[in-house]
Design a protein around this ligand. Structure first.
Ligand code: GLU
Length: 448
């Protein structure tokens, strides 16, 4: 672990004290603060104006009760969150996560990361995140609908096109966004597409939004490889997860000439030496909402490894696209030992601090989530642009914009890392580059 500058260490101790027990939030803050020593030396006004302390404190945190009835008529209670972290660059923007592990610390880590990620996109969006400890797994469509309606019955008063614009994350996709949009429209009596992103294509959604996080992460890795005079061509790749991010990562890797041999879900790993059959994965996960294990029902040659560890499978490119802290120090060491040369994070904070250190020490191409997976939220911002202009763009046009944004993020992180004397360190590049833009806007806005 890099040593924190003395003044910054004081700020970190304060974060620990003010936010007890929120370990993921502590981890996300520490990772950014470790990069900021040289920035405050160059810009002492950030210290005078307490920019770092202010960035670590969300502007607003909303916690609410979400009561709903299951199909048996039984009353269920969940907890809802929306953390509006930073609005210096635009309205709060970030997804909603529905997962039983959700508590304030998870939403705060995601909201904190989102601020820097959104800043890196170069688009006018601030940072926020929300969600619930509701578990959509095993629930019927009707139950999900009733939950979403109850969730929005509180959330609607806090959001808006110019205030806060939620979207999807783990457990929240097109179906959930649809139910929430319907309830928002009903309560407010206003058809306001700009209030949520990730909408359906016939009612204000953007082409490429579904694909954007996975495509964007793959474009980012492609740029890291290009910077090393390499490419995806013929590379063996593994992609953890099998949700939206994983599926479109596999699709883009394949289009760029790579071969994905493994993916996973929380129960186990699929290993298909011939290359994953993406059409089947889409059918299982997107249409039928089944477990990945069923892949082997039709593809007998493939292996299902119950409770397996996907990082034990040798690969040249690894793209963690499941959830936080899914690669620990040991996994990272295994990947490097097995010849992995690039890691691109489709998930948010999927690598533990020990794992990050292994990748940085090995000097492999390591693209941290807040840079590599920014394509999802960037395309949400493109959706907002289309909504504001009552327009809808073609797939090709929108995908090209996404690719340009990812190339730009890559180059900015790459150049910032060089400027600060750490060539090839995209962690440092992303943290500094994302921070400076927010910090300058905060200085300009005065003490608010
Ligand atoms: N949940 C996604 C993320 O982690 C996307 C958020 C959005 O589109 O607002 O960036």
């Amino acid at each position: 672990m890099a040593k924190l500058d003395e003044k910054i260490d004081g700020m970190y101790q304060e974060v620990l004290k003010r936010n007890p027990g929120e370990t993921e939030f502590h981890q996300a803050v520490l990772e950014v603060l470790e990069s900021l020593g040289p920035v405050v030396v160059k810009n002492p006004q950030y210290l005078e104006r307490k920019i770092i302390e202010r960035i670590c404190e969300p502007e607003r945190q909303i916690i609410f009760r979400v009561p709903w009835q299951d199909d048996k008529g039984k009353v269920q209670i969940n907890r809802g969150f929306r953390v509006e972290f930073n609005s210096s660059l635009g309205p709060y923007k970030g997804g909603l996560r529905f997962h039983p592990s959700v508590y304030l610390g998870i939403i705060k880590f995601l909201g904190f990361e989102q601020c820097f990620k959104n800043s890196l996109t170069g688009l006018p969006i601030g940072g926020g995140k929300g969600g619930s400890d509701f578990d959509p797994k095993g629930k019927t469509d009707d139950e999900v609908m009733r939950f979403c309606q109850s969730f929005m019955t509180e959330l609607y008063r806090h959001i808006g096109e110019h205030t806060d614009v939620p979207a999807g994350d783990i457990g929240v996709g097109g179906r959930e966004i649809g139910y929430m949009f319907g309830q928002y429209k009903r309560i407010t009596n206003r058809y306001e597409p700009g209030v949520l992103t990730g909408k359906g294509l016939t009612w204000g959604g953007s082409l490429v939004r579904t694909e954007a996080t996975g495509y964007g992460a793959t474009f980012f890795v492609n740029e890291m490889l290009k910077a090393r005079k390499d490419s995806f061509d013929g590379k063996i790749c593994t992609v953890s997860g099998s949700g939206n991010v994983a599926i479109y990562t596999i699709e883009k890797i394949t289009q760029l000439g790579g071969k994905c041999v493994a993916c996973s879900d929380s129960n186990g790993v699929i290993y298909d030496e011939k290359g994953l059959d993406l059409a089947l994965i889409k059918q299982l996960k997107e249409v039928e909402r089944r477990r990945i294990e069923d892949y082997t029902k039709t593809h007998k040659h493939a292996k299902y490894i119950a409770k397996g560890n996907i990082w034990d499978i040798p690969c040249q490119v690894a793209m963690p696209s499941a959830t936080q802290n899914e690669i620990n120090g040991k996994d990272a060491a295994t990947l490097v030992k097995n010849g992995c040369i690039a890691v691109g994070e489709g998930a948010n904070m999927p690598t533990t601090p020990e794992g990050v250190k292994v990748f940085l020490d090995a000097k492999i191409a390591y693209g941290p989530g807040k840079a590599a997976n920014a394509g999802g939220v960037a395309t949400s911002a493109l959706e907002m642009q289309q909504n504001a202009g009552r327009d809808s763009w073609t797939f090709e046009f929108t995908e090209k914009k996404l690719e340009d944004i990812m190339v730009n993020i890559h180059n900015n992180c790459f150049e910032t890392a060089e400027e600060y004397g750490a060539p090839g360190n995209y962690v440092l590049g992303a943290n500094i580059c994302g921070f400076i833009k927010i910090a300058n806007a905060m200085v300009a806005h005065g003490l608010v």
